[in-house]
Design a protein around this ligand. Structure first.
Ligand code: SF4
Length: 467
C-alpha cells in the first residue's frame, strides 16, 4: 500500500518547484543569514529601547532629525509597529520567525536553560487575550507611546520575561512566543489572512517518514505533520522541503478563514478579536481625544472637591504606575488613571458586547449552536480588527509627522477608504464562509454581521471625524 502511494506521488514531486517554494527552500538553506538578520534586529531593538530612557526628554524645538529620543519614538511607533501589522496580512508571521528580537532572545535562552516541560497552566488558551489586554491598558496608563522610560519598562520588561521563560522552559524553543507573548494572539489571527503559508502535504510526509528521519527544530512548538494554515507558523523556513512535504505556497487571501468550519472556531480567539483587538484597542486609541472622557472626569473631580475628598486628585503615583513627568507638564492623578481604566473597559464592553450580540443573532439563523456559530462568524471580522489597529497606530505616525510640519490633507479620505475596504473584506469573507447556507439564512446572517461592523466603524468615526 505504501509502495503504491509512493508511486502515485512520484509525478507530483517531479513537478518543478514554484518560485515561492524555491524561496522557502532558500530560507531553509540560508538559515545562517536569517540568524544574522535576527541578531542585527536585536542590536537595533536594544539601542532603540534602552538609549532614549537615559537621555533627557526632548525640549521644545526638538525634531526627529536632531533628537534621538524622537527618532526612536518615530521608528518604534510610527513605522515599526504599524508595518508589523501590515506584514502579517501580507506575509504571515515572517516578522516572528525572521525579525522579532524577543523570539530570537527567548529561543537562545531556551537552548541553554533548564529545559523544563511546558506546564499545563502555561498552555491555557486565555493567555493571549489576557496578555494583550493587560499590556494595552498598562501601556496607556504609563503613556508608552510618549515616554522612553515607559518603553523600556513595557517592551524591555516583556523582553526580560521572554528570556526568563526561555531559561526555564523548552530546549531551543519559543515557549514565550507560543503561549505568552501579548502580540501572539493578534498575529495568529492576522496571519490567517495572508496570501502565503507553509503547506504540509500529509500524505507525502507519511510516505517519507522512513527516509527523512532528521527532525526539524520548529521553535514555536508546532506539530508540523498536522499543521493546517499559518496561524501559529512563524514562517522561519526551517522546515521548507522537509520530507518533500513542506512547501511555501500561495493561496487566496483569507482562504484559511473562508474554509474554517464552525466547530474549529476557538472561543478565546473570538474573544480576543471582539473584546481585545477591536474593543480594547478602540478604547485605548480613543480616550485621549474623547470630550466625554474630559467631561466625565471633570464632573467626578467636582463631585469629589465638593465633598472635600482629595485622595483621588493627588498626582503622587510613581511613573511606572501612572504617567508622571512634571518636567513635561504631564502628570496623571489617580482619578486620571481610574478614568483611563474605566473608559477603555467601558468601550471594550459596549463595542465588544454590541458585536457579540449581533454575531450571536446571526448565529441563531445557522444550523448548530448559536454560540459557536457566533464565534465562527467573528473570524470574518479579522480584517476590521487588523486594519483598525493599523489605523490606530498610524494615528501616532500622523501626529509625529505633524509635529515635523508634514501635513496630510488627504488623510480623512484615506482613512475612510481603508475602513470601507476593511468592512468590505470582512463582509466578503463572511459571504464565503456562509457559501453552503441557504440564501435567506445567509442574507440575514450577513445583515447581522453588517450591523456588528457598523458599530465598529462608528467607534472609529468618533475618533477620526467627530471628536
Ligand atoms: S512550521 Fe515551524 S519550522 Fe516550519 S516554517 Fe513554521 S515555524 Fe518554521
Amino acid at each position: 500500500m505504501k509502495m503504491e502511494r509512493a508511486i502515485l506521488l512520484q509525478p507530483a514531486s517531479a513537478l518543478p518547484a514554484s518560485r515561492l517554494q524555491r524561496f522557502g527552500n532558500t530560507m531553509q538553506r540560508h538559515n545562517r543569514l536569517i540568524v544574522g538578520i535576527q541578531w542585527a534586529v536585536v542590536a537595533f531593538y536594544l539601542v532603540l529601547v534602552t538609549v532614549p530612557a537615559f537621555l533627557p526628554l526632548p525640549g521644545t524645538g526638538s525634531s526627529v532629525l536632531n533628537n534621538f529620543t524622537l527618532l526612536a519614538q518615530f521608528m518604534f511607533w510610527g513605522i515599526w509597529w504599524p508595518f508589523v501589522i501590515i506584514s502579517m496580512l501580507a506575509f504571515g508571521r515572517v516578522w516572528c520567525g525572521v525579525f522579532c528580537p524577543e523570539g530570537t532572545l527567548t529561543e537562545l535562552a531556551s537552548r541553554y536553560g533548564l529545559g523544563r516541560a511546558v506546564p499545563r497552566w502555561l498552555k491555557w488558551g486565555g493567555w493571549p487575550f489576557v496578555a494583550f489586554v493587560v499590556t494595552t491598558v498598562y501601556g496607556q496608563l504609563v503613556s508608552v507611546y510618549e515616554y522612553p522610560k515607559a518603553v523600556l519598562l513595557v517592551l524591555g520588561g516583556s523582553t526580560v520575561v521572554a528570556i526568563a521563560v526561555g531559561l526555564i522552559y523548552g530546549k531551543g524553543k519559543r515557549v514565550w512566543c507560543r503561549h505568552l507573548c501579548p502580540a501572539n494572539g493578534v498575529f495568529a489571527l492576522l496571519a490567517r489572512l495572508a496570501p502565503v503559508h507553509f503547506r504540509v502535504d500529509r500524505d507525502k510526509w507519511d510516505v517519507a517518514a522512513s527516509t527523512h528521519p532528521t527532525p526539524v527544530n520548529c521553535a514555536p512548538l508546532i506539530d508540523m505533520r498536522r499543521m493546517k494554515g499559518g496561524a501559529q507558523c512563524h514562517m522561519c523556513g526551517r522546515c521548507s522541503g522537509h520530507r518533500d512535504a513542506v512547501a511555501l505556497i500561495a493561496r487566496a487571501p483569507g482562504s484559511e478563514v473562508a474554509d474554517l468550519k464552525p466547530a474549529e472556531a476557538n472561543a478565546w480567539e473570538a474573544r480576543l478579536l471582539v473584546f481585545g483587538v477591536i474593543g480594547t484597542a478602540v478604547g485605548a486609541f480613543q480616550w485621549s481625544s474623547s470630550p466625554w472622557f474630559v467631561e466625565i472626569k471633570t464632573q467626578v473631580a467636582t463631585w469629589l472637591i465638593e465633598r472635600d475628598s482629595f485622595a483621588l486628585l493627588q498626582d503622587n503615583a510613581p511613573w511606572w504606575l501612572l504617567t508622571h513627568y512634571p518636567e513635561a507638564n504631564d502628570v496623571f492623578t489617580w482619578l486620571d488613571g481610574l478614568g483611563v481604566l474605566a473608559y477603555i473597559g467601558t468601550t471594550a464592553l459596549i463595542l465588544g458586547g454590541w458585536i457579540t450580540l449581533w454575531l450571536r443573532l446571526g448565529g441563531t439563523l445557522l444550523p448548530g449552536s448559536a454560540k459557536q456559530n457566533g464565534r465562527w462568524l467573528a473570524y470574518a471580522l479579522i480584517p476590521m480588527g487588523g486594519l483598525g489597529v493599523f489605523l490606530g497606530l498610524s494615528a501616532l505616525t500622523v501626529s509625529l509627522l505633524k509635529a515635523e510640519g508634514i501635513v496630510m490633507p488627504w488623510l480623512p479620505e484615506a482613512r475612510g477608504v481603508l475602513l470601507a475596504l476593511a468592512a468590505l473584506w470582512s463582509i466578503g469573507l463572511a459571504w464565503k464562509m456562509l457559501r453552503d447556507i441557504e440564501l435567506w439564512r445567509k442574507a440575514l446572517a450577513l445583515g447581522a454581521l453588517v450591523v456588528a461592523i457598523g458599530g465598529n466603524i462608528f467607534a472609529w468615526a468618533l475618533l477620526f471625524y467627530i471628536f
